[in-house]
Design a binder for this molecule. Structure first.
Ligand code: IMP
Length: 435
């Protein structure tokens, strides 16, 4: 009954797609459990580069059932475009299953997200403008539409009419255009017709797979520091990327989780607004951004870059109960003379090693660094930790000590093969490996 959860330990964009891809051969089902088309990952398979926003990366493998779980908010237009793109590349999408209970991102959610950000001006969150917050808001307010509603005309009309009553007032108050009921009903019915072959009760699908002993991978989007509860609120997304979200949004119970793999980069990045104590605004930061190609997959926005921060790392490991860590993009730090590692903060004159739950405290945090001498040697071809330059090894060991959890993969380049595989607590279903 192995279920493995893959989570981001930073502010998203840690390279979770590469980790899923690395493990894909041994899994039967890959589940997205939260977020929506605010996420984006690029997967390279052979000659093909595929950018995905909603389908889990497993969709590229014919043996994998790809599940969009109940915790995801689905923009049907994006999903249909993505399915068409995949079909155009000769990929079989018949195993893409979408939870009937997943909520729909409606065009008015997108309009509300954009209008609200414009209204907030300098205080904006810097959202991806995909309607994520308003769609989750309607879910909590019980005004949302679920995927199952897309195929029932009467219910659609009733629910859209109810939702639009106050949506239109709000939109007009922000100078945005109103929506009419009937064109939305027609649009939803067209989406429903196209997507109905993919709709499923995905909780039972996942439960049946686990009962059979199939390996299920639950793939988080964004990262722990963007978590609605655990991140730097209000500069967060509107879902729970942490491992607990895999239970509520993927249809499994906490005791069914076998392993939680936390993914992080050798430095930090953040997209959008919000406190970022270790942010680099100098040439070192620009160099990392350039070498690491730190631009958003969805919006193309340049990502903010900073030194690695162990204060939120310890928090992220704790709230996810991460049992193993994947460290990505170590190669991007090659050539930097001195690498700084944030080990604590000074807040209001006091040293703390604890991630503050208050956003205001975080905004006042001054990072306290430990310096690590860098390395010049290229490390793309290194395949064992022992062959890394000594300074790189010291840096990796320091990260591991702070996390208190083994780093099992170190990525030294974008290719799947450019990976150091380390002390690995084997997953039960690894072929040829005794658990
Ligand atoms: P939203 O999820 O579009 O509402 O955006 C809320 C915050 O999460 C903003 O700071 C976004 O930049 C950030 N965010 C959302 N999705 C991602 C992602 O996939 N990677 C990095 N940041 C993200």
């Amino acid at each position: 009954m192995p279920a493995t959860v893959i989570v981001g330990l930073q502010w998203g964009d840690e390279g979770k797609g590469k980790t899923t891809d690395f493990l894909a051969e041994q899994v039967a089902v890959v589940v997205r459990y939260q977020g929506g088309d605010n996420a984006g990952h690029t997967v390279v398979v052979g000659e093909e580069t595929v950018k995905l926003q909603l389908c889990p990366s497993g969709v590229l493998y014919p043996h994998i059932t790809s599940v969009i779980g109940n915790g995801v908010v689905v923009n049907p237009a994006t999903l249909i475009r993505e399915l068409d793109m995949l079909i155009g590349k000769g990929i079989d999408v018949s195993k893409v299953r979408v939870s009937r209970s997943a909520h729909v991102i409606m065009p008015y959610h997108v309009a509300l997200d954009k209008a609200n950000e414009a209204r907030l001006g300098g205080a904006k969150v810097g959202t991806t403008g995909r309607g994520i917050g308003p769609a989750y808001g309607d879910r909590a307010w019980r005004l949302g539409l679920r995927m199952e509603d897309l195929v029932v005309e009467d219910r659609l009309r009733e629910r859209i009419t109810r939702a639009l009553a106050d949506k239109n007032l709000l939109l007009e108050s922000m100078g945005a255009e109103r929506f009419e009921v009937e064109p939305l009903v027609a649009q939803c019915l067209a989406w429903g017709e196209r997507l109905s072959p993919h709709l499923d009760d995905t909780t039972w699908l996942v439960q049946d797979a686990l009962r059979r002993g199939d390996h299920v991978l639950l793939e988080g989007a964004q990262g722990a520091l963007l978590d609605l509860d655990h991140g730097s609120y209000p500069f967060v997304t509107s879902s729970n990327p942490v491992a607990g979200g895999a239970c509520t949004g993927g249809g499994i119970g906490p005791l069914q989780v076998d392993e939680v793999i936390g993914v992080m980069k050798a430095y930090a990045t953040r997209v959008g607004s919000g406190p970022f104590p270790t942010e680099l605004l100098d040439d070192t930061g620009r160099g990392i951004a350039e070498r690491g190609r730190e631009f958003g997959t969805v919006t193309g926005r340049p990502r903010r870059v900073g030194w690695f921060d162990t204060v939120p790392l310890r928090y992220a490991v704790a709230v996810n109960s991460a049992s193993a860590i994947v460290l990505n993009k170590l190669d991007i730090l090659s050539g930097i003379e001195t690498i700084k590692l944030c080990v604590a903060y000074e807040i209001d004159g006091k040293r703390t090693e604890t991630w503050p739950s208050s956003g205001a405290m975080l905004a006042n945090a001054i990072p306290i660094y430990e310096d690590f001498p860098g390395w010049d040697e290229p490390i793309h071809d290194v395949r064992s930790l022992a062959d890394l330059p000594e300074n790189a090894r010291r840096y990796v060991t320091a990260l591991e000590d702070h996390a208190g959890v083994p780093i099992v993969f170190v990525s030294v380049g974008p290719e799947r093969t450019q990976t150091i595989e380390r002390a690995w607590r084997p997953m039960r279903h690894r072929p040829g490996v005794q658990a």
